[in-house]
Design a protein around this ligand. Sequence first.
Ligand code: SIN
Length: 485
Amino acid sequence: MKDNKLKRYNIYIEGEWINAYNGETIEVHNPATGEVLGYVPNGGEAETKEAITAAEKALKEWRELPANVRSGYLKKAFHIMMEQQNELAEIITLEQGKPLNEAVGEVQYAAGFLEWYAEECKRVYGETIPAWSPNKRMIVIKQPVGVVAAITPWNFPAAMITRKMAPALAAGCTVVLKPATQTPLTAIKLFEIFETAGIPKGVINLVTGSAKAIGKTLMEDERVRKLTFTGSTEVGKKLMEQSAKTVKNLSLELGGHAPLIVFDDADIDKAIEGTIASKLRNCGQTCIASNRFYVHEKVKEQFIKKLKDKLKNYKVGNGMETGVEIGPLIDGNSFEKVKEHIKDALDKGATLEFGGKAHHSGINHKGGYFIQPTLLSNITNQMLITKEETFGPIIPVITFETEEEVIKMANDTNYGLAAYFFTESLSRAVKVAEKLEFGIIGINDGKVSSPQAPFGGYKESGIGREGGHYGIEGFLETKYISMKI
Ligand code: SIN
């Protein structure tokens, strides 16, 4: 039964806020309580096709605009977003669960992409190539790839949208966005901001609803020239298959299984700070979360003792409450997976050093899935937790003795997104960073994301890079012009 007092939101196609054509809606839940926050349209194939048509129509003018004009729209959106940061952060906490101060941090991070690409779009340079013949001239120009499909996840409902849309718009592309089903309200608020910034009709379009139907329609439509996706490796592979028929340009930011290594020459306090920063952000629900903790035999006792002392102070709860530093997991499936990883490790001989408690307090199994930060030692390679991405606040400690051994273990995965290590030796820092097969390396640093840096992974963690000048390249075609004079 629908609660008529709750707001019904709309999708945004060609500058109009509309319902799904069949009038169907989807509930949006608060993951801390299970309460319904509102209803969004359950769009599908028809709405998606309409959005693609709008984006294709708008492309002709948008891509012709001088770069400084496109820059102006992005700058304006950046300023409005910063003015409304608290309002936006509240929406993020309500529908995604992260503590309010973390949500404010996400809004600033997200706005940073608008600011960065407002500048970067003025620097999309071409090239002239010295020809081998006196009567030839060779020129390379960059042009927008065209209509972009952006599919974004729930864990960073604002930042993953701007990380994709800001470079796409800067490059001169138009966009159809499908936000995560769990977190559409942040996307809607962002589109209100883009609308206020005056971004012309059809340049940006938003369709909420069935991920399957929207995704398939976007992938099969030949007018969509690019897919930019953040999500699981499993879904990324499916989208790749679907996009093969129309040979789309792809940027995929997929799963991770980050190792964090503490060498015997590490500053243990830095290692603890890095562990907390890389693991507890967003309740461990980030693709770059450290997931396997390799600690040298000689410093294991010290690391575990210091970490336990820190973890004791963390308050788990509803992110809207003051003092809460760890919010809920997004849903029941995540809750079961995290609990299974803990149980499997304990059944196979791990030691519970801290935490381990999980409780459910939500309504109708729609939220309220809380888990204590958990520290486990005596972990072996037979345990699930060393093989799969956990997406929860669990710290499994594995010991090692040699640099060679730990690099081998760290690289022994199909994922290659992020890796962290702690050492005070400069030459070790350089050597290990070069040997790790990951796209992002944190040396004595657990907080690596930034709008101006390339984000992306090796192996099955994805294709392409987002952020910085690398991020705009994925939205540009390279055209070579040969001239005989
Ligand atoms: C992600 O989890 O995919 C993004 C994390 C980040 O941007 O820091």
